[in-house]
Design a protein around this ligand. Structure first.
Ligand code: NAD
Length: 491
């Protein structure tokens, strides 16, 4: 399968319902499995950014005032259009991001699911009537869309991380300008094509390509952008918070350093399976990837041996050639270099390599950004693998002697995104899940985010929520209307 769909997006932005040729500087986009160029994008110029913001502003009043049912119907149409073209969209994603086509298709279908979920939420936007201290007045609390949203997204989940913002914002009645990551712009433009196909009014959705420091920063600073919805690294999130020159709503979904605790009462086979999936899926390039695993000493050796075998069994391949591979290429040289740095650091400090540790062998891996799923044991908190976000196919394991020690080690981080616990003991589940200082705790499973429950981090992992009803509430202002009500005459 080739990327026919992709070629139509080269050098384009999507503004006011049209694909327009950019006039800014050209930037090449590469296939990370081969490092061959697949196309170019243009960095949006200040005039193009202004045009997109004006289009979103002009479209806002009619979209905000439309009946909720109309917005819901539009989101259902968008979900249907995306699902109908999932194969072509998945190929675009694999070509620019590296994940195998089957996994990319799964992500596209989850984007479609998000459209349908928020279509249904759009018609359930309720207010409240709050009693006052006196009987002659009452308070109405109503929800109103914030306005124009700037969405800035990373490259690891190029469809879903746009989708949660796009769908929440549109359901609420906001309009949006999306600035995707430089590595994965074409998936965003493929979504824009589906927006057009779904007949969503011009200007409601706009996509600008370009670098974060210019186009992303311009949206952050733009006086006519009312809210920034950002997913990315904690350092860029902090930079956005610091440099936003005016009061503006911000939601920041940032980095993680996610622990997994495996107690002596765990179903060990299930824990090993879960660890292998959530440490290595998408090459560990997931904000909720398991970075570090704490295992009760009596089951430690068995767990390490099992995880090493599970990691060794994973297939690594060019995700276009082998759509059902477990992992494809990493998205770029940067996360690969960081993985190698964290591995080297761990081994120098005494960790034991039990799986992976090198690029896969074979001519087909010579040019792309490939690395074998890697497990290091006997780790401790002097090592980067246990204390920093690797964002690559590397996980560290260390033993613990008491539940409190496991909880203390798990919480010993500035991050608070997701954590994992495996135990079959109900009292351990209750105790540990309440002690973990994380926005998400997954127990006996590794899917910390599901569409209909709120998903968000705490501490340096961010502010705000995506998924669930809460993910839509991020796009509303609350208005309090206090009404004094006289008694009818003649009583
Ligand atoms: P990044 O922070 O480098 O970039 C994210 C986006 O921000 C890109 O579109 C980039 O162009 C833009 N950007 C960069 N500088 C900017 C600036 N000065 N102003 C405005 N925008 C700017 O992150 P990345 O390397 O693309 O993604 C990986 C990171 O994202 C990891 O830390 C990961 O944990 C995090 N992430 C978090 C979540 C979550 O839900 N919490 C989900 C996925 C990824």
């Amino acid at each position: 399968m080739t990327g026919e769909m992709l070629s139509q997006f080269v050098g384009k932005h999507f503004v006011a319902g049209e694909f327009v040729s950019g006039e800014g500087e050209l930037v090449a986009v590469e296939n990370p499995a081969t490092t061959d160029p697949i196309g170019e994008i243009r960095i949006a110029t200040p005039a193009e950014i202004d045009r997109a913001v004006s289009a979103a502003r002009a479209a806002f009043p009619a979209w905000a005032d439309a009946p909720a049912k109309k917005r819901a119907d539009a989101l259902h149409r968008l979900g249907n259009a995306i699902a109908a073209d999932a194969d072509a969209m998945a190929t675009v994603m694999t070509l620019e991001q590296g994940k195998p086509v089957n996994e990319a298709r799964g992500e596209i279908l989850k984007l479609a699911e998000a459209c349908h979920f928020y279509a249904e939420e759009a018609v359930r936007v309720h207010g409240e009537i709050v009693p006052n201290d006196t009987t002659d007045s009452e308070s109405h609390v109503v929800r109103e869309p914030i306005g124009v949203v700037g969405a800035i997204t990373p490259w690891n989940y190029p469809a879903e991380l746009i989708g949660w913002k796009l769908c929440g914002a549109l359901a609420a009645g906001c309009t949006i300008i999306i600035k995707p990551a430089e590595l994965t712009p074409f998936t965003a433009l493929a979504i824009a094509a589906k927006v057009k196909e779904a007949g969503i009014p011009d200007g409601v959705v706009n996509v600008l390509t370009g670098s974060g420091s210019t186009v992303g920063q311009a949206l952050v600073e733009h006086p006519d952008v009312d809210k920034i919805a950002f997913t990315g690294s904690s350092s860029v999130g902090l930079h956005i918070q610091r440099t936003c020159p005016r009061i503006k709503r911000l939601s920041l979904e940032l980095g993680g350093n996610c622990p997994m605790i495996v107690t002596a009462k765990a179903d060990l086979a299930a824990a090993i399976k879960g660890a292998a999936r959530r440490s290595f899926r998408n090459n560990g390039q997931i904000c909720i990837a398991i970075n570090r695993i704490y295992v009760a000493r009596p089951v430690y050796d068995e767990f390490v041996t099992g995880l090493a075998s599970a990691a060794d069994a994973l297939t690594v391949a060019n995700g276009i050639d082998k759509p059902d591979a477990d992992v494809g290429a990493m998205a770029s040289a940067e996360p690969l270099d960081k993985t190698i740095d964290h591995l080297k650091d761990a081994l120098e400090k005494g960790a034991r390599l039990v799986a992976g540790g090198a690029r896969p062998e074979g001519e087909q891996f010579a040019r792309g950004h490939f690395f074998r799923p890697t497990v290091v044991a006997e780790c401790d908190h002097t090592m980067k693998v246990m204390t920093e976000e690797t964002f690559g196919p590397l996980v560290g394991v260390m033993p613990f002697d008491s539940l409190d020690e496991a909880v203390r080690l798990s919480n010993d981080t500035p991050y608070g995104l997701a954590s994992y616990l495996y135990t079959t003991d109900a009292s351990e589940i209750r105790y540990v899940s309440r002690k973990l200082d994380y926005g998400n705790v997954a127990v006996n499973n590794v899917d910390a985010g599901v569409m209909n429950a709120p998903y968000g981090g705490r501490k340096q992992s961010g502010v705000g929520y995506e998924h669930g009803r809460e993910g839509m509430l991020e796009y509303f202002n609350f208005k309090h209307i206090r009404i004094r009500l006289d008694q009818p005459e003649g009583l």
